[in-house]
Design a protein around this ligand. Sequence first.
Ligand code: HEC
Ligand code: HEC
Ligand code: HEC
Length: 475
Amino acid sequence: MSFSLFRGAIFSSLMALGALSAAHAQQADPKLIEQGRYVSLAGDCAACHTNAGGKPFAGGRPIGSPMGNIYASNITPSATNGIGGYTEQQFADALRKGVNAKGQHLYPAMPYTAYRGLSDEDMHALYVYFMQGVQPVDNAVQKTKLPFPYGMRGVMFFWNTLYLDSGSFKASDTASAAVNRGHYLVDTLGHCSSCHSPRNLLMAEQSGAYLAGAKIDGWIAPNITSDPVSGIGGWSTDEIARYLKNGHVDGKGQAGGGMAEAVEQSLRYLSDDDLTAIATYLKTVKPVRDPKDSKAAYEYAGGSPLPSISELEPQRPDNSANPDAMRDVSTTDGTVLYSGACASCHQPGGKGTENQYFPSLSHNSATGMSSPDNVVMTILHGIERQGADAHVLMPAFGRDMNDEQVAAVTNYVTAHFGNPDARIDAAGVAQIRAGGPRPLLIRLTPWLMGGGVVVALLVIWLIVSVVSRRRRRRR
Ligand code: HEC
Ligand code: HEC
Ligand code: HEC
C-alpha cells in the first residue's frame, strides 16, 4: 500500500469514527427517540424509503416520475450505504433544501419542499431516531438515471430558486392551537399538497389551487378544500379524522392508491388529537369550486334504473366451477361484467354488505366524482390497505379485463350507482392504465430538445428571472 493510500485509509477511518461518535457517542433519551419515531411516521418516510420486501428504510424503492424512476435512498445509519455519516446539519439540509451530503441536488420526488417547514425540535428528534432507533442495513441502492436533460441534477438548482419557499412553518396568531397544529402536519410532515394540489408547467404545485385536487399516477387525489360541493366541506370533522385513521367512512368514501398507502404507513399511527387537528384545519382551507360541479361527489346515487333480477340472472356466468372463467369472458356488456365480477361483494343493487366491509357504490366519492378515474384505477389495481380498524382487500381485475371491458363496467357502475355523467371509453382506460396523462413539460421536451437544450434552459432561466423579479416586487 502506497503511503498516500495508507494515509487516505487512516483519514477515512477517522472520518467514519468521527461520524460514528457524533451520532452514537451518547445514547439519547428513549423519549427523544420515540418522539423522532412519531415524527418519521407523520412524515411517512417509510412509504418511499422501504422497498417491497426490503428492510425498513433500506431504500431502493422506485418512485415513478414522469421523467422515469427515481430510486429512494437508503436512510438507515449504515456508514457504507446509508446516512450513517450524516451530521445533523447535513440531515437537515437534505430534508429542508433537497441537497445530500455530497452537495448534490435531490429530485423533488423527495418531498423537501414540504419538509422545508419542519420545526427544529422535530428535525432534531428525527435525526436522533434515524441515528439511534433504526437498524443500519448495508443495502446498495440502484442509481437513478433520468434522460437528458433531467439527468443533470444541477437543473434542480433553478427549480429550487423558483419554488422552494424560504423559511420554516409559521403559526398564525389568530388561529386556534388545533388549527395551527393541523396546518403544520398537513403542510410539512404530511406533505398532503404534493398529491392533492395541481402542478404547473414546471411541475411545481400551483399556489392558487392549494389542495384543489390533482391527477397522480392514474388516480385523482380529490379536492380537499372546505368547499361543500367540490371539496370536503360537507364531511364532519369527525368523519375526516376517521377517514384518515381507518381509510374509509360509510357514505363518504374509501382510500385507494397513494391514499391507502398514506393511511397504512403513516396516518393510522397518529394520535386522535393530531388527526382531529388535521381535520379541523382542512375545514378552514380556502374553498375552491369547480364551476362544473353541482353537488358533492358522495351525494350521487346513480340515475339509470337497475336491470331487474330476472334480466340479470340468465346472463350471470357461473364462475364457481371455473375461477378462470373471467379471463375468457369476451363480453363487453357492463351488466354481465358487473354481475359476474363485482356483485358478489358489492351486491347486485350496489349497496354493499350490511356491515359495509364491502362498501356501497352509491354515496361513494370514487363513483360520484365528475371523472371516473378512481373507479377505473380501483378495477385495474384493486385495493389493499391496513387501516387502524381493519385490513381490506379488493382484488385487481387489470389482467383479466381488457380496456373495453373496464370501460363497460365503469360506465355501468357510474350510471347505476354514482355520477351518470362520469363516462369513459376504452382509449381513456388505456391512458389511465399507462399512468394517466403525461404532463405538458414532458410532452414538450422533445420539441424543446429539437430546438436545442439551450432553448429549454433559456426558457427556464427567463421564467426564473421573471418570477423572482415579481416576487421581489411583491414584498
Ligand atoms: C414521496 C417519497 C419520499 C418520502 C415520503 C420521503 N422521501 Fe426521502 N427521498 C426520496 C427519494 C426518491 C430520494 C432520492 C432522491 C434523489 O435521488 O434525488 C430521497 C432522499 C432522501 C435523503 C438523501 C439521502 C442521500 O444521501 O441520498 C434523505 C436524508 C431522506 N430522503 C430522508 C427522508 C426522511 C427523513 C423522510 C421522512 C421525514 C423522507 N426522506 C421521506 C423519497 C421520499
Ligand atoms: C401519495 C398521494 C397522496 C398523499 C400524500 C395524500 N393523499 Fe389524500 N388522497 C389521495 C388519493 C389518490 C385519494 C383518492 C382515494 C380513493 O378515492 O380511493 C385521496 C383521498 C383523500 C381524501 C378523501 C377525499 C374524498 O373526497 O374522497 C381525504 C380527506 C384526503 N385524501 C386527505 C389527505 C390528507 C389530509 C393528506 C396528508 C396528511 C393526504 N390526503 C395525503 C392521494 C394522496
Ligand atoms: C372480493 C370482494 C370485491 C370484489 C369482487 C369487488 N370489490 Fe370493489 N371493493 C371491495 C373492497 C373490500 C373495497 C374497499 C373497502 C374499503 O376501503 O373499506 C372496494 C372498493 C371499491 C370501490 C371504491 C374505491 C375507492 O377508491 O374509493 C369501487 C368503486 C369498487 N370497489 C368497484 C368495484 C367493481 C367495479 C368491481 C368489479 C369489477 C369490484 N369492486 C369488485 C371488495 C370487492
